[in-house]
Design a protein around this ligand. Sequence first.
Ligand code: GLN
Length: 559
Amino acid sequence: MQFVSLNPVNKYDHMSDTKYVFVTGGVTSSLGKGIIAASLAKLLQARGYKTTIQKLDPYINVDPGTLNPYEHGECYVTHDGAETDLDLGHYERFLNVKTSQANNVTTGRIYQSVIEKERRGEFLGKTVQVIPHITNEIKERIQLLGNTGEYDIIITEIGGTVGDIESLPYIESVRQLKWELGGNNAIVIHLTLVPYLSAAGELKTKPTQHSVKTLMESGIQADILVCRTEHEISDEIREKLALFCNVKREAVIQSIDASTIYDVPIMMQKEGLDTVTLQKLALPDTTKPDLTQWNEFLDRHKNPKFEVTIGLIGKYVELQDSYKSILESFIHAGAINEVKVNVHSIHSEYINASNLEQKMMGLDGILVAPGFGERGIEGKVMAVQYARENRIPFLGICLGMQMVVIEFARNVLGLKDANSTEMMEDTPHPVISLMEEQKSVTNKGGTMRLGAWDCELKAGTLVQKMYHGETAISERHRHRYEFNNDYKEQFEEAGLIASGINKATNLVEIVELPDHPWFIGVQYHPEYKSTVANPHPLFIGFVKAVLAHKKQQTNASLA
Ligand code: GLN
């Protein structure tokens, strides 16, 4: 077999000075690689380095868009319409920088692209193999962002755990890139677990040693170790880890459990993760990170003056990660309002007429979550009705907005059995239905209305006030079904108005009830755009309204 040299590195003779940091994981999954990567990126960004993060996922789905939230948590949508891993949400929330399709790559996408090239005859009759074709494709994807020249540092998080069969081509690509780019241009941070054995009363370093060894068997020496732990790691253990894992003492970084993920950048700064990274990359370490805004946010988040409880009505509530961006948006908006937002998850499938009152008891605000399929929708409709009739601040997101339309059609317009054609194809009143373009779509992956779409806000409406008087906004979408314009007049006459419209397509993006203290349904997902530096105006307004409602209720009960 002849070795085919398709070295993507050499293809770029204008190679930029971009530096690469790879983050791998060992011992176990769920150690929080995404948060460590995002925290390091935050620290480097706060020193003035242009930084972005990328996630490589070893599974064979082309993207997580077709994954059930129970499998992999929320699917995060970028402005350019990519359905991506939820870690990209963390990157955007931490960095306040937009990510794109290029920031998330899966094995499925790599193989799809290589196989398409093979079909086009691009490999000129050669045998297509994992090495070099798959690894070259991976290396090319890794360098796509770097070669734009926009960034000083690219942090690439490798999904999965070192030693997994499916991670191997990624690890091999990292090895090759490290070798090709040179020691000061590409480094590896390995995240491992240092477990505490209560019977022995000791922290154990052996799993980390083994995991570093596994990485070395693939030809990679970790440059920095980040050790997840529940107890402080002593100097002695740090020395031991350094010696046996072949890293410098200052490159052993402790990552102890934090009460909030937003503490992690500060903790990593104290541990010197940014300093040692810059040293290894031979980059100047002259400016201190400017974390003023970040610390202000943390201070407000940790010292709230008020507390409210918002019910999150959804059907994937067993898994917190399913609604990650919504929960984080409440943290951002809560901090701005100095409010601790307790999110009380309620499974919509278990809401019925006889327990509705009891389930909604004590809620100061109600949010009906996005979702797909029929399961649990009647519970959502009931929650909408409860919020509307009891004048409780309400936000409906995507499917939640569609539930608003259905509830209003049934209970106010008297259109019995009104529904979305997603749930009941032959409903007599399809108040939510498919757009013409969607009717011929059969493939499920990547075919929804995705990414950023413009929306024009109606003057004098509540949403316009929430968006500080703006008339044109852009928000991210992920859905197939739409408000049916045939019913628009009927709705508006009865008091549910379309306060946001996409001018180009005439699609209704926002509905609201002017005759209610705060009641908004949005066809888009505001939660994808909320960041620490830029909390989303709808969430800010919602939390404010919820607090006002709570105060009013308390005053009323005292009077
Ligand atoms: N299932 C609905 C649709 O496809 C809503 C999707 C969502 O909530 N993201 O239109």
